[in-house]
Design a protein around this ligand. Structure first.
Ligand code: HXC
Ligand code: NAP
Length: 281
């Protein structure tokens, strides 16, 4: 789909790059010539992913354990990257989420998700953004949001408020920093099977089946589709796209919004025939 040197000479940090969508993006960016840094809390997972991806792509990948909730830890990690050269791209992908009834959430449960998704994104964005602005280095940011960010969603409320904040941050800084060489966008994916997400938000087969059935395409997205869109958005070829949230969900969001969207599931062939105007005799 892309030229193999699409991301050559790009140095890219992916938070939460040890698993799931972050790992898929890391693999794709490496194939396209980038040098990739991945961070997460679990060092063993990061090291395993780094050795797997460097073996499969021959690319340069560096594992950096870091909890993005901790601003000092983020600053130290970003400092350590900058010692060998400036980053060109930051992908805010790390997240925490689970389904729960909102009235039962403890303060720590709120802090946990908001800390990772909103504050973690803010810490990483500011750590890279300030360095880019100071050195007049061009930078590109991509955040991974979720389709429910603009409308909210029951049962994942800490995630919904955090992702809404991430989208507001994306749109705000796209304007504030756009005239200084920094560009930022987000992807809002629908469900894509990863162990981390599905074990927490679709933990039972009937929930998975429901999610698949309500999608107009009757399938989930794939990690390859997500990684290709991400590669395009962080590449220079998309240089005039700034402040956008690109939804990638097979039309599921629109299916939910359209008043008559579910008619196709309810009405059968004979019902449609009966609805046609009768021919005048
Ligand atoms: C209620 C819960 C809970 C649950 C945890 N908590 N799970 N409360 N229901 N299912 C509460 C705990 O009781 C605790 O509060 C507080 O949250 C912190 O929990 P810890 O386990 O101590 O926190 P931590 O080890 O930091 O783990 C963070 C986490 C965990 C968010 C809770 O799930 C995690 O590590 N997630 C990372 C990966 C992830 O979530 N990936 C999925 C992303 S999918 P108390 O008061 O008891 O101390 C996504 C979009 C999906 O974002 C969209 C699909 C379409
Ligand atoms: P995942 O595999 O659970 O990815 C989450 C990653 O974040 C993990 O690698 C995790 O590693 C890391 N992480 C969590 N807390 C962290 C912290 N405090 N500091 C640093 N890293 C942390 O789930 P995924 O499905 O790939 O999700 C990736 C992104 O896509 C998330 O932003 C998610 O909201 C979004 N998304 C996913 C879907 C989907 O269906 N898969 C749909 C919509 C949006 P550690 O645990 O080792 O820290």
């Amino acid at each position: 789909m892309f030229r193999p040197d699409l991301l050559a000479r790009k140095r890219i940090l992916i938070t939460g790059g040890g698993t799931g969508l972050g790992k898929a993006m890391a693999g794709r960016f490496l194939e396209l010539g980038a040098t990739v840094f991945i961070c997460g809390r679990r060092e063993d997972v990061l090291k395993q992913t780094a050795s797997e991806l460097s073996a499969s792509t021959n690319g340069e990948v560096c594992a950096l354990p870091c909890d993005v909730r901790n601003r000092d830890a983020v600053e130290n990690m970003v400092d350590s990257i900058w010692r060998s050269g400036a980053l060109d791209v930051l992908v805010n992908n790390a997240a925490g989420n689970f389904i729960a009834r909102t009235e039962e959430l403890s303060p720590r449960a709120w802090e946990s998700v908001i800390g990772i998704v909103l504050m973690g994104t803010l810490h990483c964005t500011l750590a890279c953004g300030r360095r880019w602005l100071k050195s007049k280095h061009r930078g590109t940011l991509l955040s991974i949001s979720a389709t429910y960010a603009p409308v909210g969603s029951a049962y994942v409320v800490p995630s919904a408020v955090s992702k809404a904040g991430v989208e507001a941050l994306t749109r705000s800084l796209a304007v504030e920093w756009g005239n200084r060489g920094i560009r930022m966008n987000a992807i809002a994916p629908g469900p894509i099977r990863t162990q981390g997400a599905f074990s927490r938000v679709l933990p039972r087969p009937e929930l998975e089946a429901l999610a698949q059935d309500r999608n107009p395409m009757h399938r989930f997205g794939t990690t390859e589709e997500l990684a290709n869109l991400a590669a395009f958005l962080v590449s220079d070829g998309s240089g005039y796209i700034n402040g956008e949230v690109i939804r990638m969900d097979g039309g599921e969001f629109l299916q939910g919004a359209g008043e008559f969207s579910s008619l196709g599931r309810v009405l059968r062939q004979e019902d449609w025939e009966a609805l046609k105007p009768r021919k005048k005799s």
